[in-house]
Design a protein around this ligand. Structure first.
Ligand SMILES: N[C@@H](CCC(=O)N[C@@H](CS)C(=O)NCC(=O)O)C(=O)O
Length: 230
């Protein structure tokens, strides 16, 4: 374990959760720096560090490491506890993990974020067409994942990988906008398997105090929002 790492993050952010889950799975300790992009001074300082302004951002000594999939590869390569792996060493198996990581980012996270972005806009600026397209994209990706999960425990096979780190927060928030169909039994089972994973459950626990600020919290199941009352 090392403590020379700093992660700029927010516990509510889906992409930050992706990396929190990876840190946990790889057995790595990092100094977690809460980032409030709504604060002008913090935003300016963060933009100076990394101009896309997207979190999370890993600082490893003098290295600035952006983009979640790159952060996770970096963490595995340089800091993972012995025997911990989220991207297999075998090249074809690694490619499958990168494929599903990318599919979850592009086709679940992105449409899910479109719903959130729309809710954050003033009523007059909302874009019904954009939201309808996001819903269609999510629906077609749910169908793809449901089919893909036949005979699999995790997105890329029998081991929990980076692809599952991406899937967990992406699906966690996506279902608040578009619930998984009852007939999508494999996707439903995968969702439950993800939520039961201790690293994922810990990321959800860390986010819970912030859930009331999540624009889609009306769709959040009571067992996540307020487990005591569920
Ligand atoms: N491709 C990026 C996406 C990161 C991302 O979208 N982060 C969101 C939070 S979940 C963010 O920083 N949003 C703030 C903004 O866009 O101002 C990655 O994988 O790191």
């Amino acid at each position: 374990m090392t403590t020379a790492l700093t992660l700029h993050y927010h516990p509510l952010s889906s992409y930050c959760q992706k990396v929190l889950i990876a840190l946990d799975e790889l057995g790595i300790a990092a100094d977690l720096q809460l980032l409030d992009l709504g604060d002008a001074a913090q935003r300016a300082a963060f933009l100076a560090l990394w101009p896309t302004g997207k979190m999370p951002l890993l600082i490893d000594g003098s290295r600035v490491v952006p983009e979640t999939s790159i952060i996770i590869e970096h963490l595995q390569r340089h800091h993972a506890a012995a025997g911990r792996v989220l991207i297999p060493h075998e090249p074809d198996a690694a490619l499958e993990v990168r494929l599903w990581d990318r599919l979850f980012d592009q086709y679940v996270m992105t449409p899910m974020q479109a719903f959130t972005a729309d809710l954050l806009r003033p009523e007059a600026k909302r874009d019904a067409l954009n939201v309808a397209q996001a819903r269609e994209r999510l629906a077609s990706t749910y169908a793809l994942i449901d089919k893909h999960m036949a005979g699999r425990s995790w997105a890329a096979g029998e081991a929990f990988t980076m692809a599952d780190c991406a899937a967990a927060p992406a699906l966690f928030y996506a279902v608040t906008y578009l619930p998984i169909g009852a007939e999508q039994t494999r996707l439903n089972a995968y969702f439950e398997r993800l939520m039961a994973r201790p690293s994922v459950a810990r990321a959800v626990d860390a986010a819970r105090p912030w859930f009331r600020f999540y624009p889609g919290h009306g769709g959040l199941a009571r067992r996540f929002f307020d487990p005591e009352a569920a």
